[in-house]
Ligand binder design. Structure first.
Ligand code: SF4
Length: 110
């Protein structure tokens, strides 16, 4: 192997290793959060806190002047996807909300 090719290989190895070490703590946080979400109960529409923000499991049932077509929990900035149609929400830290749901705290993710 030429000196130049050896240096390139060494540079690539060091860069990959540094990225791996930097990403490791975040990977465990994601796994922990997903694990915590799996243990949580689903929010009920009759829950007092849910009713306070007009939460519904299906955005099509939203009956609130703040609702705009296309808004669902799944595209809300406060939603954490769990992958099974339910996920976490910053407004309800101890309950899961429906990915197709909605409430009047909906916030644009972009
Ligand atoms: S804040 Fe967003 S994710 Fe949470 S219930 Fe309301 S619309 Fe859904």
């Amino acid at each position: 192997m030429s000196e130049e090719k050896c240096s390139e290989t060494r540079r690539r190895f060091l860069k990959t290793t540094a990225l791996g070490v930097a990403a490791a703590p975040f990977a465990s946080i994601v796994v922990h959060n997903r694990s915590a979400l799996a243990d949580m109960e689903r929010l009920s529409e009759s829950d007092e806190a849910a009713q306070a923000v007009a939460y519904v499991h299906d955005a099509a049932d939203a009956d609130d002047p703040a609702y705009e077509e296309g808004q669902i929990c799944g595209n809300c900035a406060l939603y954490s996807d769990q992958g099974d149609g339910w996920g976490g929400c910053s407004v309800f830290p101890d309950k899961l909300v429906a990915e197709e749901g909605w409430c009047n705290v909906w916030a644009s993710a972009g």
